[in-house]
Design a protein around this ligand. Structure first.
Ligand code: NI
Length: 176
């Protein structure tokens, strides 16, 4: 296993459409292992192959904090979308930045596993957001094109959220 270099916004490869996977090679399995390693090293929740410079329809997602297993999806297709959610989104290809994006609340995605066996999975909230975000990468689309208004610095947003939590705690302490 090895870490891969994550391409960042401005790199033209991030605007390209990734190609369908028709067979899985040893090299591709190595790529998937490397994608997970890179994802964990960078504290991300999702990574697509194009972000490490490979134009193949492969995404890796791990939001295990939310009680899900790490998952690799090959040739993912979002079959159903329901509802709406809005929240902050970030991307390893756009380091230090964040912005609010509207996404479906619930998605159903069809994909192949590493043995090219078909699966279907449902996702809500963060998982749905992540699936949409990674599938957009395969079309050459970054979340920044979906953000209403300017991108913000992650540090500023975190600071603001901390202040809000503190204010809330103070109100609770005062019995309000
Ligand atoms: Ni991303």
């Amino acid at each position: 296993m090895a870490l891969r270099e994550v391409r960042t916004m401005g790199d033209p490869i991030l605007e390209k459409r990734s190609r369908e996977v028709t067979h899985v090679t040893e090299r591709m399995k190595e790529l998937i292992d490397d994608m997970f390693e890179t994802l964990y090293e960078q504290n991300g929740v999702g990574l697509s192959a194009v972000q490490v410079g490979v134009l193949k329809r492969i995404i890796t997602i791990d939001i295990s904090e939310e009680g899900n297993e790490p998952v690799v999806m090959i040739n993912p297709v979002i079959r159903e979308c329901d509802g709406e959610q809005e929240g902050y989104e970030g991307c390893l290809s756009v380091p230090g930045k964040t912005g609010r994006v509207k996404r479906p609340y619930h998605v159903v995605v069809d994909f192949l596993d590493e043995d090219l066996k078909p699966h279907s999975m449902e996702g809500d909230e963060v998982f749905a957001r992540c699936i949409c975000h990674e599938c957009d990468h395969l079309e050459g689309k970054l979340y920044v094109s979906l953000v209403d208004g300017p991108l913000q610095d992650v540090d500023d947003v975190e600071e603001e959220q901390e202040k809000r939590t503190k204010r809330k705690k103070m109100r609770v302490a005062k019995g309000r």
